[in-house]
Every structure is written in C-alpha cells, then in structure tokens.
Design a protein around this ligand. Sequence first.
Ligand code: GRF
Length: 186
Amino acid sequence: MASGNGSNFEAVVLACRNGQLAAEVALLVVNNPGCGAAGRAGRLGIPCQLHDHRSFSGRGALDQALIASFRAARVELVVMAGWMRIVTPTLIAAFPERLVNIHPSLLPSFRGLDGVGQALAAGVRLAGCTAHLVSEEVDAGRILAQAAVPVLEGDDHAGLSARIQVQEHRILPLAVELAARRLGLL
Ligand code: GRF
C-alpha cells in the first residue's frame, strides 16, 4: 500500500529479488493516481491497482475494496509503505498481525503526521524510524524494528528525512521478515 514516492515499496521489492526476503510482492495498491509508487511498480513489473479514496463513500468502503484486492491476489501479509490514509478496524481485522507500517520517528515519540517535523520542533538529538504492526490506535502497534539517526547541527526537514529514509529502506524488509516469521509464514 503506497500513496506517494514509493521508495519503501521499491526497497521491499528489491529485498525479495535479491534473496534477502523469501517473499514475493504480489500487488501494489495506491490511492493517488500517477503517484511515484505506481511508476515504480510499472518499471519493476509489479501489478498495480488504483483505489482512489476520493471515489469511495468513506474509509470503510475504501478498506473493503482493499481487502477484496488483497484476497484476490492471495496476499498473506500487507505492508503500508507510506500509505497516507488512516485505516479502519475492518482492514486490521482482516489481516490480524499481518499489517506492517513504517513510520518516520522513534515510536512511541512523534506519532501521527510529520514525525520528522515533530522531532525537529522538539529539538531531539536522535530521530529515526520504526516498523511496527498496525493496531487500532494510530502508530501504536507492536514494534518490529527501529533505527536511530542523529540529528545534525543545522539539519533541515529534507536532509533529516533523507537520512531517515535510508534507514527505513533497511529496516522495512527486516520487519516484514520478522512479522512473517512470527506467523510461521517463512
Ligand atoms: C516514509 O517516510 C514513511 O515513513 C512514511 O511515508 C514515507 C513514505 O516514503 N510513512 P516513500 O513513499 O516510501 O518514499
């Protein structure tokens, strides 16, 4: 599941292709037409479906469509790789312990929107990223993997985000593997 640039989506695909992760990415779903993630899927040869949230009556209807797509593709584990919509309990219940999210902060600090901006505003010297299972409370599910990134003197949002993303690309495939092992899928 991706909404934007899709660099985390690509990191998971590459981890599968280089043998680091014994899995296959069956499907990408996006909610924004023409987003970077959709372009990456085309380049990587991964099937991509658009579920534009603007054409659904609400979050529940969108999540029902996602569930139908995942079931049709025989998906065993779902990764929210920069999915910028809040998901409903319906999706979480359809994939219990099987829904992984990546968030750009060291949770439980700086949940919700703009974790990087929140870290800069708070003046912390260590920022980072967290891959976790999704629960009904936003950014509060079981933590699978984290990486810390120092905040450098004079860091701006773009610079810190870029360094955090390098770590996201490293820990997200690792977290997918951990989640799959917990479920006995690997
Ligand atoms: C990542 O920073 C992730 O932490 C957040 O959304 C961003 C997605 O980036 N949830 P990308 O689309 O994978 O490049």
